[in-house]
Write a protein that binds this ligand. Structure first.
Ligand SMILES: Cc1cc2nc3c(=O)[nH]c(=O)nc-3n(C[C@H](O)[C@H](O)[C@H](O)COP(=O)(O)O)c2cc1C
Length: 181
């Protein structure tokens, strides 16, 4: 170990270095949909990954204070929209709760528009972005309180995307954004 690195260890974790290392972990960038009855929300999320193969489980870690946390816990489902790689502007629309009054429910076609984006309804009832490159629809199977965040683990019950293959999707490294750390 170099002297510099030994010094960092000896002095304990440097907060800035720790944050930089955590930010350097490669992550995707998604829009998580949630629904409880007529209440819908879409939220930009990076703490999202497949966590088991059989069954097919996907975990998303949500700030315990976020609107999405309450909706997933109550509605027991969530969706994950994967975005086209050049669609980075979309994630900025969903870093604040989408007010209920911007949601237009149409019972006939089960279609909604949120923050100016067309939204489709997945099998669970969770909203997914119509412009998504692909999406996953999940039924909540596990919920773990982790402090600042709650980990919601869902089983994939439906998917959408082009049958010929999913195009390149947006990742955190395609943006100037970061989260966590
Ligand atoms: C790049 C980026 C990634 C984010 N990732 C997450 C995440 O994984 N989990 C989370 O709880 N909030 C995340 N956020 C913050 C939420 O998008 C934001 O706090 C949102 O308002 C909270 O969701 P709500 O609409 O359900 O209240 C992220 C924000 C940005 C800009």
């Amino acid at each position: 170990m170099s002297q510099d690195r030994a010094d960092e260890t000896a002095e304990g974790l440097d907060d800035r270095l720790r944050r930089r290392v955590l930010w350097a972990m490669p992550t995707g960038l998604y829009v998580v949909g949630s629904r409880s009855g007529p209440r819908l929300n879409l939220m930009t999320a990076s703490l999202c990954v497949q966590v088991a193969v059989q069954p097919k489980l996907v975990g998303v870690s949500v700030d315990a204070a976020a609107v999405t946390a309450g909706l997933i816990a109550a509605g027991r489902c969530f969706s994950v929209s994967l975005l086209h790689r050049d669609d980075r502007a979309v994630v900025r629309r969903f870093v604040k709760p989408v007010p209920d009054d911007e949601v237009v429910l149409d019972d006939e076609v089960e279609a909604v528009s949120m923050a100016g984006e067309d939204v489709l309804t997945a099998a669970t009832g969770a909203p997914v972005l119509a412009r998504a490159a692909a999406w996953l629809d999940c039924v909540l199977r596990h919920q773990v309180a982790l402090g600042s965040h709650t980990l919601y683990v869902g089983e994939v019950v439906a998917v959408g995307g082009p049958p010929e293959g999913v195009p390149p999707v947006l990742r955190m490294e395609d943006t100037r954004m970061s989260y966590g750390g």
